[in-house]
Design a protein. Sequence first.
Length: 301
Amino acid sequence: MLNAFQAPGRFRKGNIHGHSDMSDGRVTPEEACARYRQAGYDFIALTDHFMEKYDFPLTDTRPFRDEAFTTIIGAELHAPETSRGEIWHVLAVGLPLDFAAPAEDETGPELARRARAAGAFVAIAHPHWYQLQKEDGLALDAAHAVEAYNHTSHVRCDRGDGLVMLDTLLSEGRRLFTIAVDDSHWMSNDAFGGWVMVKAEENTPEALLAALHDGAFYSSQGPEIHDIRIEGDELVVKTSPAVAVVAVGAVAKSQQKHALSEEELLTETRLSLEPFRGEWCRVAVADENGRRAWTNPLWLD
């Protein structure tokens, strides 16, 4: 986690889950890229649904790159079936354009493993939205990350939070990163609500993908995290003005600081690491508008 704040380069803003009219989105790939570029994003990944009914698209966004804005090739992968009888939804960012369609008998976990072997950054997509179960999360052993926040799932059906799945898997010993995404389809106000801030020296697909694999990023709906470091038995967190900074770990373990007035907004917060020794913790930051930011988990074993 600390690589994001100690590594060279600068933070670059990106959405790594979104759709176009190559699958079930409302706008063309060119228009989707233009909208994110105009909104100040440094990069995106268009991850159209990799399904037979859409002719297994791997949306080629290379023509829409320029010196200030780039794209990563990806897809949302699907296969039967979860423990609740749903098709799997697996986010894969950084796929080769010749990634093969699923075999008829290929399962979701197998498809995720093949995507990871092909070099992709693999994430468990919107687990709360389709009630993914603990056993499903554990079966996705190729995942690098869990969507802690999915903006479309929040806007459209009040199921945008994936933190229960994340924390459950962390407590089972899975070492996973934390991402926030839009999952934009452009059929509601489902864009520009969750993103990753990736630390890289260059705004290129290769550098960004390497940083994602290394965990050199944090995720946000708005608050900025400027620095995190360990000093003795304390975690020091520097942020944009915040009303709360919380470190949370296994079961009910947490440490927190809260601002009681505008004059007391938090910009440097010190939290004891003692409750989390031998386990893990992650940090959440909240601003005055209720928007949050999340670090990747820190392992203290």
